[in-house]
Design a protein around this ligand. Sequence first.
Ligand code: HEC
Length: 153
Amino acid sequence: MKQILKRILVFVLFLFIAIQLYQPAFNIDKGKAVTKDFTRVYNMPAEVQTLFRNSCYDCHSNTTDYAWYDYIQPARALVENHIKDAKDDLNFSEWETYSNRKQVRLLNSIKEQIVNRQMPLSSYTLMHRKAKLSDGEIKIMTEWLKEQSKVYE
Ligand code: HEC
């Protein structure tokens, strides 16, 4: 019995090491092309900028601030998947390249996601406590978003 348990343990350990070999590309923009960024396109108060950067940019931009556990599989693959899905829908680093129509749609969608507390994802804020938005922070963001929608009218 002990022998079998030992073998299982060795096998699990081997599997854990083997999956570490899978290393998808990191989401880090070395060119630092920031001019198309959401926070540059608008005249945005520093406070609002910080909120977006802290709560959304790890998934919705070209540069993720990785935590130590993000380097370990299987977290590594999960995180890269989230980033890919998130950027397909909304990439703050590419904001200026979006049409006016898309920007208006996204501004509304962002407001809705924040107000309904669907974003940032709860699986993410569980590990990143600082990214969790308080009622006051949600108010600051939604009021700023409301003002921006008027720019397009
Ligand atoms: C942990 C990663 C993560 C974080 C952090 C995160 N999101 Fe997302 N977001 C996603 C993923 C993944 C999707 C795609 C969801 C889907 O396809 O079901 C998404 C989708 C969205 C969408 C839908 C886009 C559309 O097409 O309408 C909006 C808007 C959005 N996120 C806004 C935000 C905002 C604003 C923040 C910060 C307050 C944020 N997200 C933080 C992962 C994240």
